[in-house]
Design a protein around this ligand. Sequence first.
Ligand SMILES: Nc1ccn([C@@H]2O[C@H](COP(=O)(O)O)[C@@H](O)[C@H]2O)c(=O)n1
Ligand SMILES: C[C@@]1(CO)OP(=O)(O)OP(=O)(O)OC[C@H]1O
Length: 174
Amino acid sequence: MKIRVGQGYDVHQLQEGLPFWLGGIRIEHTHGALGHSDADVLIHVICDALLGAANLRDIGYHFSDKDPQYQGIDSKILLKRVMDLIRTEGYEISNVDATICLQTPKINPHVPAMKKVLAEVMAIREEDISIKATTTEHLGFVGRKEGVAAYAVALIYRIEDATPLSGMTNSNIR
Ligand SMILES: Nc1ccn([C@@H]2O[C@H](COP(=O)(O)O)[C@@H](O)[C@H]2O)c(=O)n1
Ligand SMILES: C[C@@]1(CO)OP(=O)(O)OP(=O)(O)OC[C@H]1O
């Protein structure tokens, strides 16, 4: 079995009056994230963690932020395409673990809804998706409420072909 790990990190600016998309759901808030897409920073880091694990470059490589076809796009569509990419390579997900860095609002009440939506889009079990949140104790751009950041790690696996390793024969495989 081949097991691979990947990580993702992303930041988006927060601006008053924008819709706030996070983890595939819209959160009621005075501010929302700015981006070329819907700026869903949690989905973006999950995409990057998965692409990194499969050594398939990153989200901007596949979906350029200069390409008008991705302007305002729902990041769930991008996540679904990333899942198609890694499954085409023969990988499945073991688990994903993410942390959102946001001063306000509280994310905890929204975690079950995010997990439900993401599990559906990714076609994996909710229990294989973990979402956590932290403030930065009023420090830095997150603490000043100027932006939202997120991190994710993903573990993926592939059942290897039953091809013997080069140089191995029946006599030296015990
Ligand atoms: N936007 C956020 C930030 C934090 N939480 C939850 O609050 C806990 C305490 O946060 P600190 O930054 O003060 O350590 C954190 O562990 C989360 O459970 C949240 O829901 N939303
Ligand atoms: C999601 C994409 C889509 O054009 O754009 P943004 O919403 O700007 O997000 P970012 O993480 O800055 O760049 C990745 C792009 O693929």
